[in-house]
Design a protein around this ligand. Structure first.
Ligand code: PLP
Length: 459
């Protein structure tokens, strides 16, 4: 059984065992689904559990309800298509989490997989010396997709790298060093991005971080202006204001409608750069192609990640205007990465953008978000003691519960009914609804039925 951990498995150097373990897994990866035996499936589930405990982090096993509340063999990620996830034992789940925004076009979208596979067969990485056509072309496509005169970009692997790059660009361009970000804001966990983060739990044990970062309440443009006034008065320099269009990790928090237009005005007035962290909101998630499109604002720098690689491969980037990017020209090696923007990632990103536009993923997100909110609001009237409400835009939604405990019960109730959701990073007071933007209405209805059933059983 998965729960019976072998507590003190020692790990010493053993090349033969390393080879055998690696070979066994490669063989399984290359075995077709139909040919994997039940015994092998049990072995995968059990050894995954044990290896998480011995080599990744036992803490995850405590935390993950997919592990702690699975009666028989921990839920082990294995297969997926569209909005359906299957574990290695063949159990099916409706994916309402979408990998925290990763799976905007669904899992394994055929067009995106096909492009990545074709590129894999041509050249998986670039030489590091010759010019890579895919990166160049993808940058042009993104320049055409982004608002205003955003034109130049750099590709990396993770959202946090995109934010770090944006911070470096802002410092280089302005010659200033400080940043303003928001309370409860999330920008990733590298030391640079972490400095912006708005939660003590992740920052405090690692202090000191970057100097000169101030966090202010999200949605309060006056608070940002006040910090800029104060900074000027005491001679502190602020390079940029880094904000999510809609806060994601904080639980789908929308700002007031005049927030982004006011941020634009304030940043212009005090000559600081406006940096939109679109890692979670970009590429259709909020019902517009980019989160800032909800308010018709053009930031100075935009950060992308998650959905950029189409849910197929890690991909991120930060983009800016020609005027700002000029400061990167004298030494283009000021910011580099060996693997960021590799050809397979670029192929996936190019295909992702064709899917975004051809399937109108943003339009789908808008309509489906409204649909889910209406239905969940109706449920809230029947179960006001369980559900406080639902908020967010497009398919970046958060259901709010009176407390963490009730939220956890709902998430595990949904889980036991075959629906995958999750709380925010630290608690379940808000449960995310962040599915693929092309999730079929039938699956949304099934999820809603299971949600009602969960509420019924709890009341
Ligand atoms: N920025 C935002 C708005 C995010 O939501 C996230 C991740 O959730 C990040 C940055 C960090 O991205 P990654 O986890 O790929 O480093």
């Amino acid at each position: 059984m998965t729960k019976a951990l072998n507590e003190n498995a020692p790990c010493t150097r053993d090349k033969v065992q390393a080879l055998n373990e690696a070979k066994k897994m490669v063989d399984l990866i290359e075995t077709s689904e139909a040919d994997i035996t039940d015994a092998e499936r049990h072995w995968i589930a059990e050894s995954t559990y044990q290896n998480f405990a011995d080599h990744i982090n036992k803490g995850f096993l405590e935390y993950r309800k997919s592990v702690t509340e699975t009666e028989d063999f921990a839920l082990t990620d294995w297969e997926g298509q569209g909005s359906i996830l299957k574990d290695v034992m063949g159990r099916e789940y409706i994916d309402m989490l979408g990998g925290f925004g990763l799976y905007a076009p669904g899992i394994r979208h055929p067009k995106i997989v096909a492009a990545a596979k074709a590129q894999l067969d041509r050249s998986p990485q670039y030489s590091q010396e010759m010019l890579d056509p895919l990166r160049a072309h993808l940058a042009k496509v993104i320049a055409k997709l982004t608002p205003g005169d955003i034109q130049y970009g750099f590709f990396a692997n993770s959202g946090t790298e995109a934010v770090d790059g944006a911070m470096k660009l802002a410092k280089l361009y302005t010659g200033k060093s400080g940043f303003i970000s928001t309370l409860k804001g999330f920008h990733g966990k590298s030391l640079g991005a972490l400095s912006l983060l708005g939660k003590a739990v992740y920052r405090k044990p690692l202090l000191p971080l970057l100097e000169g970062v101030r966090q202010v309440p999200f949605g309060d443009a006056d608070a940002i202006e006040q910090v800029l006034i104060n900074a000027k008065e005491v001679g502190d320099d602020i390079a940029g204001v880094v904000v999510e269009p809609i806060q994601g990790e904080a639980g789908a928090i929308e700002p007031p409608d005049d927030y982004w237009p006011r941020l634009r005005e304030i940043c212009d007035k005090y000559e600081v750069l406006l940096i939109a962290d679109e890692v979670q909101t970009g590429f259709g998630r909020t019902g517009e192609i980019f989160g800032v499109d909800n308010w018709g604002v053009t930031p100075d720098i935009m950060c992308f990640g998650k959905a950029l690689g189409g849910g197929v491969i890690a991909m991120s980037g930060f983009f800016s205007t020609a005027k700002i990017w000029k400061c990167m020209e004298p030494n283009p090696f000021m910011h580099t990465t060996t693997t960021g923007g590799n050809p397979v990632a670029c192929a996936a990103a190019l295909a992702q953008i064709t899917v975004l536009l051809e399937e109108d993923l943003a339009g789908q997100a808008k309509a489906k978000g409204i649909y889910i909110k209406e239905k969940v609001n109706a449920l809230q009237k029947v179960y006001p003691k369980i559900l406080k409400g639902i908020r967010g835009r497009g398919l970046l939604l958060g259901m709010e519960f009176p407390n963490d405990e009730i939220g956890y019960k709902v998430a595990s109730g949904l889980f036991s009914r075959g629906v995958l959701t999750a709380g925010t990073l630290t608690n379940a007071e808000t449960i995310r609804i962040e599915p693929a933007l092309n999730i079929p209405y039938e699956l949304i209805d099934t999820m809603l039925e299971r949600l009602e059933d969960t509420f019924k059983s709890m009341s």
